[in-house]
Design a protein around this ligand. Structure first.
Ligand SMILES: NC(=O)C1=CN([C@@H]2O[C@H](COP(=O)(O)OP(=O)(O)OC[C@H]3O[C@@H](n4cnc5c(N)ncnc54)[C@H](O)[C@@H]3O)[C@@H](O)[C@H]2O)C=CC1
Ligand SMILES: CC(=O)C(=O)O
Length: 352
């Protein structure tokens, strides 16, 4: 029997008979879906390790009605799309599409960019810059053309400089261009602190800010566990702690990506959860605070240049809604400025 899909997604039989309608009317008289629920569409550019980890987390967490994948390699892209579609029976209902043509992304609420070169064993993130800027010049303009109201969420490395590049290429206001930044470093930090204190990582509030990379800054002074501010508590109780021990935990955070890359070749699962966590805050307008890469000018005395780096930012449907005013010690402020200088020095070499 000849059958094809209509534009509304229902199946048409001979003579234009709407089989989907006929079938459902006869068995359940299906009610129309709720008009109050806002339809959401997420596009992911780059269907590699990171893009697919994000896609799979977004699907299992039921964060969107439509999920679109874009990549430059058509066979791999179609393979990834089919593999996800074949899980439909086990997942919340989501329309999954894929194409090398950016028109498929039209009308996206959120565009997540993960395309690009990744580090090889021992290589720094900043080393990837030139290759990935070149790709961004091909990726950002068509994304923006098809979704002029979207929020851009950059994941490709070096994420802070590439978020700046995406901002420049898009012409968007800075609140709609976000880098995944140190949301991942902060979850590694929370895991290590939780492991050290034998508590649940979800009860550890702790931020890494600055560069997603070697010059990141650990905000020890504001860490709390279950509402107890850790350092001031230890001091009040006259419990000795070694500054070196704190530095070692931060060093372990910095080394995390290098270690995982040396062991399995890339990192994927934690960034998948980290980005899905950001997508949830943005699309569900949760107004939660995340350490993400934002235009830093005007916050924390960072007045020099247009630099994107991670600060604790409130996220919602409008993108970045604000930056929270966490108290920093003089040392933390100094380290944050140094981190900004590191990023700016790399950024200043760019010719856009
Ligand atoms: N910000 C963060 O916390 C993290 C960032 N990353 C970064 O994410 C990026 C991707 O890493 P992986 O997925 O492991 O790499 P991968 O090599 O597995 O995937 C990259 C994908 O980009 C695609 N691609 C290349 N050029 C393209 C173009 N012009 N248009 C569309 N797609 C294109 C490739 O075909 C490939 O599928 C890297 O830059 C990596 O450093 C990785 C982990 C964490
Ligand atoms: C690769 C990378 O940036 C990370 O896993 O932190």
């Amino acid at each position: 029997m000849a059958m094809h899909k209509s534009t509304s997604g229902s199946a048409l039989g001979p003579g234009g008979l709407d089989l989907t309608q006929a079938f459902f009317k006869s068995i359940m008289n299906a009610a129309p879906s709720s008009p109050t629920k806002r339809h959401t569409k997420i596009s992911i550019v780059g269907a590699g390790n990171v893009g697919m980890a994000i896609a799979q987390t977004i699907l299992t967490q039921d964060l969107t009605d439509e999920l679109v994948l874009v990549d430059a390699i058509p066979d791999k892209l179609r393979g990834e799309m089919l593999d996800l579609q074949h899980a439909a029976a086990f997942l919340p209902r989501t329309r999954i599409q894929a194409s090398t043509d950016y028109s498929v992304t039209a009308g996206s609420d959120l565009c997540i960019v993960t395309a690009g070169a990744r580090q090889i064993n021992g290589e720094s993130r900043l080393n990837l810059l030139q290759r990935n800027v070149h790709l961004f010049q091909k990726i950002i303009p068509p994304l923006v053309r098809h979704s002029p109201d979207t929020i851009l969420l950059v994941v490709s490395n070096p994420v802070d400089v590439l978020t700046y590049v995406a901002w420049k290429l898009s012409g968007f206001p800075s609140n709609r261009v976000i880098g995944s930044g140190t949301n991942l470093d902060s979850s590694r930090f929370r895991f290590l602190i939780a492991d050290h204190l034998d508590v649940n990582a979800q009860d550890v509030q702790a931020f890494i800010v600055g560069e997603h990379g070697d010059s990141s800054v650990a905000l020890w002074s504001s860490i709390s566990v279950g509402g107890v501010p850790v350092l001031s508590f230890l001091e009040k109780q006259q419990i000795a702690y070694e500054k070196e021990m704190l530095e070692n935990i931060h060093k372990e955070v910095i080394q995390s990506a290098y270690e995982v890359i040396s062991l399995k070749g890339y990192t994927s699962w934690a960034i998948g959860y980290s980005v899905a966590n950001l997508a949830r805050s943005i699309l569900r307008d949760q107004r939660r605070v995340h350490p993400v890469s934002v235009l830093a000018k005007g916050f924390y005395d960072l007045e020099d240049g247009e630099v994107f780096l991670s600060l604790p930012a409130q996220l919602g449907r409008g993108g970045v809604l604000g930056v929270t005013n966490v108290h920093l010690t003089d040392e933390e402020k100094h380290r944050l400025k140094d981190s900004a200088t590191t990023i700016l020095q790399v950024q200043n070499q760019l010719a856009l």
